[in-house]
Design a binder for this molecule. Structure first.
Ligand code: MRU
Length: 353
């Protein structure tokens, strides 16, 4: 796996949301929490170049659609700093190259390109290179701050679909680690806690890279939420046993017709939920909805290295030479989605964006 990082540093976290803050801007420097090291080690990696940012996004040091967007925005800040001259045309061309490079880090989450476009638009509007560099930083910080407010609002709307004591099932990690704060799918759980309510969570382990066990179980456990870890193959069992009241997942891109791409395995969860008459909700910011992608079939699905499938926690788990497939995401058809929870409210089918 491509994974080139510079200047690893370790900082001590003061509280939970500090401990699960994926992107940190501190003393003029950009740091990503290394999510590949969680849950056993809490390390931040300094991002000092566009290539370091791109590699970190590709290598899942920072991951989850909103966090990828925030990371890319700060990648643009780092790129801007790296330009020494004061010629605006040269600066814009340098930044266009940086943006193009970052845009190719991962193909599925639309938030990546969305954030890059937001930062670039600020540069374009500036009158000097110095002004543009300041504008890039302001925009990156704004995207990060807005994401926190958006996610909390998703949590408030999502909680309106739940009742105290309910149990949800989630897949992958769409929690605080995947956003600026609160997460999307997990935001209703955190808002419930703020209000003294108790929503329990079943977390799918999420093969091949275990975002469910390494990240979701970690952040929920750390914040005192009642979380039960299951392997992906247990989802039908627990739904069949009546242990789940609703499924809530995050999303990397919603097409214009409401089809939604999320971590591989999500489609299966939606089918199982349908078979058991359990509501299946997708939670995402409006920035994840892409009206330019007509249907789920038009969403580019990232194919990752087969080594992730033939190994488990760094050890071979299959015979050498076996063929393996590794799509990182799948598409849940809109017909299986009971509602899409956004910061502006709960959207019900038929979807049309
Ligand atoms: O490959 P990952 O870990 O980036 O996949 C993440 C997901 O599929 C999340 O569910 C999605 O990005 C939403 S995060 C709020």
């Amino acid at each position: 796996m491509e994974h080139v990082l510079s200047n690893p540093i370790v900082m001590k976290a003061k509280n939970l949301f500090d401990a699960v803050q994926p992107v940190v801007y501190k003393d003029g420097k950009v740091f990503f929490l290394d999510q590949t090291a969680l849950p056993t080690s809490t390390e931040w990696v300094e991002i000092d170049s566009v290539e370091a940012c791109r590699s970190a996004v590709r290598g899942l040091v920072v991951r989850g659609a909103p966090a990828i967007g925030i990371a890319a925005a700060f990648g643009m800040v780092v790129a801007a700093r790296g330009y020494a001259g004061d010629d605006m045309a040269g600066f814009l061309s340098h930044m266009k190259n940086a943006s193009d490079r970052l845009a190719t880090a991962r193909p599925t989450a639309v938030n990546l390109v969305w954030a890059l476009r937001r930062v670039y638009a600020r540069l374009d509007a500036a009158c000097s290179v110095g002004e543009a560099k300041d504008a890039a930083l302001r925009e990156a910080l704004l995207i990060q701050k807005e994401d926190e407010e958006i996610c909390r609002s998703i949590g408030v709307h999502g909680l309106s679909l739940l009742r105290d004591g309910m149990t949800i099932l989630t897949h992958c990690n769409a929690g605080a680690l995947a956003t600026s704060c609160y997460g999307t799918a997990l935001a209703p759980v955190y808002v419930a806690r703020e209000r003294g309510m108790n929503i329990k969570v079943f977390a799918d382990e999420t093969r091949p890279l275990l975002q469910g066990s390494r990240l979701t179980a970690y952040e929920l456990l750390s914040s005192g939420v009642d979380v039960t870890l299951i392997t992906d193959s247990m989802a039908a069992y627990v739904m069949g046993k009546g242990l789940i009241d609703a499924c809530i997942v995050g999303c990397d891109r919603v097409a214009a017709n409401g089809d939604a791409a999320n971590k591989i395995g999500t489609y299966g969860v939606a089918l199982i939920a349908k078979a058991h008459n359990i509501p299946f909700y997708v939670a995402c910011p409006l920035s994840t909805i892409d009206p330019d992608t007509p249907t789920g079939g038009d969403i580019v699905i990232e194919e990752r290295d087969a080594s992730e499938v033939v190994s488990f926690m760094g050890k071979a788990s299959a015979p050498g030479g076996v063929k393996a497939l590794n799509p990182a995401f799948d598409v849940t058809p809109s017909s299986l989605i009971s509602a899409i929870i956004t910061e502006k409210g709960v959207l019900r089918p038929p979807y049309s964006f």
